[in-house]
Design a protein around this ligand. Sequence first.
Ligand SMILES: Nc1ncnc2c1ncn2[C@@H]1O[C@H](COP(=O)(O)OP(=O)(O)O)[C@@H](O)[C@H]1O
Ligand SMILES: [Mg+2]
Length: 424
Amino acid sequence: MSFLTPDQPAQNEEPAAEIASGARLVPRITIQAFCEHSQTAQLVESALHDRRMSKVALTTHNGGIDGAVETYKANPTPNLIVVETTLPPDDIPEALGRLAEVCDASTRVIVLGHVNDVLLYRELIRSGISEYIVLPATSAEIVTAITDLYAAEGAAPIGRTVGFISAKGGAGSSTIAHNVAWAIATNLRQDCLIVDMDLPFGTAGLNFNQDPPHGLADAVLANQKVDQTMLDRLMSKAANHINLLTAPATLDQTWDFEERQFEQVIEICQKSVPVIVLDIPHGWTAWTRQTLASIDDVVIIAEPDLANLRNAKNMADAIKSMRPTDSAPKLVLNKLGIPRRPEIGAGEFASSVECELIGQIGFDAAVFGTAANNGQMIAEVAANNKINEVYRAIGMQVTGRQVSHGAAKPGSLLKLPALFKKRA
Ligand SMILES: Nc1ncnc2c1ncn2[C@@H]1O[C@H](COP(=O)(O)OP(=O)(O)O)[C@@H](O)[C@H]1O
Ligand SMILES: [Mg+2]
């Protein structure tokens, strides 16, 4: 590619119709660039002027590979890292090895280098680097490399789907779904889409103090006609990095769906947003079951009583048997410690349900009541409340991140020749 033929003029002219349809727009990814020269930083920033980059969140930082390594020792990695290096070719793989150790497995890396060396190029690509671009390059070459990665025909969908469902109505799955999405957006700075699948009664709009006229219902009812452009129009921005596909919450029609009716909408969302949080209503219909069977991660929310225990156990067993090779459902206990209410202990509850317990949240009528009535997240009404830590930990778990800082990240388990996880 650009490396092998650096003198070839960049071919970034897309047919207008294709761009207009949104087919070749780079999805809502977060990119962080580490540059050694200010001209390189300017070059990367100028890539943002390209229409195909209109949904991307990009920041540039000083320092090459070492700067990136230092940053990601303490911070989560974005979807894509662009890193400039002035190291001699022999030293580059080793330096990138150190970067791989602090990278999450889903993060991809584009290297901007100053030497045109085919052996180095091959070695880097073999080790999982997504692209090596020789400087000086044009911003169009950088855009094309990013587009090839994320928007090419057949590019792997970037979106991770996480569904939250309660073992019993009112256990708190919507509240947890929305607050966990907020935690992912603020801590990981990843774009999150909340899909409110409770069409007659959903609260995502209320909880974010939003009243968009359209949302998920229009997308689902459009059936085969739904596409990326339509979804972009139906999504409403609730906060930085948070978009909603809201439920109409109206009763003028019934909301019965076919088993696979949400499939296409979810698939299109996965092409454009890195994290999709599905707020699934409590129930057991053909389409809820199908959704639970097909998403990346399922979190069951339960209160610590007997009915919740029975339901959570039945749901966990059913979900495990529907998707035996996928990740097992996880459990969060909510509304713990209601005064005078007898409770089943958390350990006993989790071992009976046979699910990993990834969070426990106490009952707090004042904080939750205020947040719900104001249309705000817990972090907005009580920034220092330790509940926010629980939401953050759940967010890290369901996005496949390591929970505790300082511990080795998953990327460090990968050894040469695959330093960085390869994607289809
Ligand atoms: N830990 C908690 N303490 C107090 N109230 C809570 C807590 N979690 C949720 N709630 C409240 O419980 C009610 C039901 O929550 P919701 O998320 O709508 O449940 P679900 O989606 O499972 O039906 C809401 O009014 C919410 O504010
Ligand atoms: Mg709900």
